[in-house]
Ligand binder design. Structure first.
Ligand SMILES: N[C@@H](CCC[C@H](N)C(=O)O)C(=O)O
Length: 302
């Protein structure tokens, strides 16, 4: 049975299993990721953040020389996504707390490009999430039950469909994915439901591609900010407070057109996962999956 060291963390309760694999020794296939993220049989998480040097990861080859670290993000179902906004804050907090990176400003490579992170010894983490894009997909709609809304497609660079509602309960239980105009997003989409609370202040719920409803989505909050600012006719620079079930994020559209995100990143536990034990074992190892040691939390507030 293989033993895999992990750290558990979250950003606004969007939770992740971090796998330090600095020299790229692990081969985590989709089934292994799904087992690790399983809420009852695994460690549990909305996704995993594999921490690997760009020099040691084939997917990071374009970024070698530009950034030392690559965030290998996977959704809970094992699928790969370009970017994770809450994840990159937690990834940065891990690098600093583990002593792999000095506090301050540094670069992290992702499948969506290289991002600049500002992470002190404690407190909130700020990420320059880069530019947004508004792909021309024609008229797209989102449907939940008998309600249909027009949606704005936003790339961060992962795909989002943003709709404005009168009440966040209109999103329903979000146990099944909302229906989106067929063919508009062949690789799937994250869907955000937004309630305007006041000037530069919105609340949202999200159904994430590859996960389900989560307590928060960083790229989703960025997409929501972009859609909200357009709707309000707000020019840049401007900052929005985006409330989510797991807590608020501050999202700024900068004068140069980039989207900047600030929010907490918390590490809550570390331990060892017993790979292969997750659905019961016949080799004498108690299939309770992991030895977990609480680390205490590194907290931050917006
Ligand atoms: N929770 C993340 C987004 C993770 C990826 C997303 N589910 C996708 O498939 O695009 C965030 O905080 O941005």
């Amino acid at each position: 049975m293989e033993r895999i060291a992990f750290v558990k963390g979250h950003g606004t309760e969007n939770d992740f299993v971090l796998i330090p694999d600095l020299d790229g020794a692990l081969d985590l296939d989709a089934a292994t990721v799904a087992a690790l993220c399983h809420r009852r049989a695994g460690i549990g998480g909305d996704g995993i953040l594999r921490v690997v040097r760009t020099d040691a990861e084939p997917d990071a080859a374009p970024y070698r020389g530009a950034a030392e670290w690559f965030m290998d993000y996977r959704n809970a179902d094992g699928s790969v996504a370009q970017m994770c906004g809450n994840g990159i804050r937690v990834f940065a907090r891990y690098l600093v707390d583990a002593g792999h990176q000095a506090p301050g400003q540094f670069l992290v490579a992702t499948r969506g490009g290289v991002r600049t992170v500002t992470c002190g010894a404690t407190g909130d983490v700020t990420v320059d999430m880069g530019p947004y894009a508004l792909p021309d997909l024609g008229a797209i709609n989102v449907t939940v039950g008998s309600r249909t809304w027009p949606a704005l497609a936003v790339r961060m660079p992962n795909p989002h469909a943003v709709v404005f509602v009168e009440d966040l309960a209109e999103a329903g239980d979000l146990l099944t994915p909302p229906q989106v105009t067929p063919g508009a997003f062949p690789d799937g989409v994250n869907v955000e439901f937004v309630l305007v609370r006041g000037p530069r202040h919105v609340a949202m719920r999200v159904h994430e591609r590859g996960v389900g409803e989560t307590q928060a989505c960083g790229t989703g909050a960025c997409a929501v900010m972009v859609a909200s600012a357009r709707r309000a006719g707000a020019g840049a620079p401007t900052t929005y407070r985006v409330e989510q079930p797991g807590g608020p994020l501050l999202i700024t559209l900068t004068a140069d057109g980039n989207v900047e995100m600030t929010g907490p990143a918390v590490l809550v536990a570390e331990g060892t996962w017993l790979l292969g034990a997750e659905f019961g074992s016949s080799d004498g190892v108690d299939p309770c999956h992991a030895e977990v040691v609480s680390t205490g939390a590194t907290t931050g507030t917006v």
